[in-house]
Structure formats: C-alpha cells, structure tokens
Design a protein around this ligand. Sequence first.
Ligand code: BES
Ligand code: MN
Ligand code: ZN
Length: 494
Amino acid sequence: MQFSVTTGSSASEATGCVILPLFEDGPLPAATQAVDESCGGILSRLVDVGDASGKPGRTLLLPGLEGVGAERVLLTGCGKQDGFDAKALNRAVAAAAQALGQTGVEDAASYLSQAGIAGADAYYAARITVAAASGAAYRFDELKSNAPKDGKLGAFAIAAASGDAPEAERGTIHGQAISVGVGIARDLGNRPANVCTPSHLADEACRLADRYEHVETEILDEEDMQRLKMGALLSVTDGAEEPARLILMQYNGADSDSAPVAICGKGITFDTGGISIKPSAKMDEMKFDMCGAASVLGTMAALGELQPRINVVGVVPACENMPGGRATRPGDIVTSMSGKTVEVLNTDAEGRLILCDALTYAARYEPRCLLDVATLTGACVVAVGHLYTGLFSNDENLAGDLLAAGKRSLDPAWQLPVDDEYGEGLRSNFADFANIGGRYAGASIGAQFLSRFVDGTPWAHLDIAGAAWHPSGKRKGATGRPVPMLVDFLLNLQ
Ligand code: BES
Ligand code: MN
Ligand code: ZN
C-alpha cells in the first residue's frame, strides 16, 4: 500500500473514500461535521436514527453523497471521545482498512487521526495509522493455490493540519519502514518449517544485504561453529538432518568506532522438544519458534529503509530441535563457547542453549547494549498471555527505554524479575549448571540462565513466546512483534 499525507479538507478531498471518525458520545468531530454540513445533514440523521454507531470497530459505508468531494464516506466508530488514544486510533484504522478491503475502493483518505488523540502528536498518529492500515491489509496466501483476491485498496492518505504536515510525513515514512519489517517477520513466522529452514532464514538475510546499502550479512555453517567451540548451540542441532546456520548481520549507519547495539534472535525453525519430545497437540505452533530470528531480520530491513545514524548487529542462531539417533540425550553435558558446561536435563529447553553461544559471540562486537529476542518459555505465555512481551534486564535504564518504546509503538512489554535467586534451581552435581531449574517462575529461570552469559554488558531479554503469534481462529499467525518496539527503541538512540 502507498501512503501519503494530505492537508485537504474532508468535505472536498477528491478520493475514493474519506474515512471519518464517529464517537459514541459528544458532538461530531470537526472533519465529520464538515462533511455532514456539505451533504445536508445526512450523517447526523443516520446517527440520530441509530443507523451509524460510534462503537469501537463499527463502520458504515455511504456511497455517492451529494456535495462531498469523495466518492464514498466510511463512518468509523472510535468509542468514547474521552478515551480516544493511540490504541483506540489503531483499532479504528484497522477496522476501517478491513472494511474497505471488502469493497472496490482503490484509494482512501483517513481523518481519524484528526479527532484529537490523547498522548499522541502528529508524528505518532501518522505512524500508528500507517502501521494499523498495513497490518490490517496483511495476508499470508503464498502457499494457497487459489488465494481469494480481496480488496483493491492501494493508496492511503493521512489527513493532517498544514502546520503538522512535516511531522505527519515523517511519521508516515517511519510507519512504512516499520510495516516492511513487520511484514518480513510475519511472513517468515508464518512459513512452515519445511519451507522456513535455517538455510531459508540465511538466504532471506542475504537478500536483505543485497537490497539495502548499509546492511551486510555473513553466514556461518556447522564447521565454523565447531571451530568457534559453540558446543551448546551445536548440541541442539545434533538430532536434525537439516543443517544449522549462524546468521551474522550488520547495519552500519554510523562511524565504525561507534559501539553497536547487538540483537540475538532465537531461530529454532521447528521445536519438537527433541528427545524430551512435546505432546502432539498443537505441535504445529512450534514453527513459530524462530520468531525471535524473524524479528531481527525485520528490524534490519526497517533500518535499511530508514538509514538512521547508528550501528546494529544481529546474531541469529538457526537450527531445528529434533529427536534422532544422534540427538542430545537428557543428562548429556555440553561445553558452551564461554567455556561454561551445561547439563542438558531437558532437551526442550533448547532456546537458551543456542542463545547462550550467540550472546557469547555477540560480545566480540563490544556492544553498547545486548538484546535477545526469543520464544523462550511457555511460562511467559502463562504469565502475560499473548498481549505482552516479557522483559527481563540487568539494567534499569535499558529496561525503561524498551518499555517506553513498546508503549509508544503499541507493541508493549511487561517487566518481570530476573534475580539471582531464580538461578538456584539450575544447580547441577555434574556440570557448572543445568538448563532447567524447577517448577515455578519458568520465564525468570530461563532469563537467569541467559544472564550468566552476558557479563557486565547492559542486557535485556525479550520473551516473545506469546507476543509473536496469535494462537487461534482467523487471526492465527505471526504478529511481527517485537519489530515495532525494537525499531522505536533504535530510532531513539540516534
Ligand atoms: N519454544 C518453547 C517455548 C514456547 C512454548 C514458545 C509455547 C511458544 C509457546 C521452548 O523451547 C520450550 O519448549 N520451553 C520449555 C522450557 C522448559 C522445558 C523448561 C517450556 O516452556 O515448557
Ligand atoms: Mn523447546
Ligand atoms: Zn523452543
């Protein structure tokens, strides 16, 4: 979809459809009022008789109103005037884009962000509008032989007051870049494990390096990993026929002496659990176990689009977790790249094994801060569901910055504890420590395990086991999170 900013008035804008806000209470918003006046009060009459509703998510399409520049009007419910914030705007835009996706409308102009949004300026209002409209238009039908072609909406304008136009313009550009990144992360997440293999992730990372000037990609194979003594990572891929890859990406937007942000992303392209095999119900969901990796690629793409003056490195360990004659057994002891030994008491706690070597490797870049993104624990889904990313950090400033970035981009995280005490259960009689540790607070135990591989570097672990995908129904699929949070965080570092 093509996005732009318009400073035209709602009544005279020449477009396929003007998208107008309608609240459950109070008078008509100015943009809606202006159209109402030009068409002789039809809109207010529809509200009076109850045909049009301001309830969140409701829409009403009206064609051919006389005196109005647009071919159609889409009244869009925005809820209570008082509570109209960024989240409500997001919901209203998504509802409008969804409704127009079922019509022949080819171009539209949205006046929803002009209804006075609490806590969002013209920049954020435009950014959120773009992200919501492209998110609603997203389809994953590359593997359907006869995909329905729904909707023709190809151009989407965002209305702004002329004084706000430059900021709205900037928000539109950022929103588009974020949407490119989210789209890549969603596609990779939605692809099944027989398509999205470690080599496929590596190929896609190389494609991004071809596409974007300041992005570089290097791929290491299992021999390289052996040379690097990544015994923890390699122990996870032992049962798999599919070869593992370590994907190294760099976005170079600043001088080479400027310390980068390093982001490690869990790239388990399928998690059977290994010898500690998972129950078969819903095991298909474990194709999403590479969504951390996908978010690193998506974030790199967004940076490639926007070219901010920062340096970012991505370290993506990618492999399958399979049972097999050569698979790691419970009780096996592996030596990580750091030299620390780990007793693998459960082969299903594999994410921390591939990430600990990725974190050790990332230290080579002497990063200013170190992030990891992983669908790490079912316990995180139990704690915060699919609404929040679980955030764990050894640095309160870094945690605060990430929480704020998540809030601004409607991609929220919730901070959970990672105290040393959570590591007590990892004690092992046979190795430095084990890879599992007790029944309760599983997300914090996983985070505690990872914290042992970051030394003093400011570090944050993002557990996206819930946030990265919707579990069921029509929305089942990858969300592209936490690309919006990461991009917002990185743009604010410049
Ligand atoms: N990939 C899973 C975590 C997961 C579970 C992600 C559900 C998304 C939805 C991870 O590798 C795993 O299996 N974790 C185990 C850890 C346990 C053995 C300590 C878990 O959460 O059960
Ligand atoms: Mn697992
Ligand atoms: Zn896993």
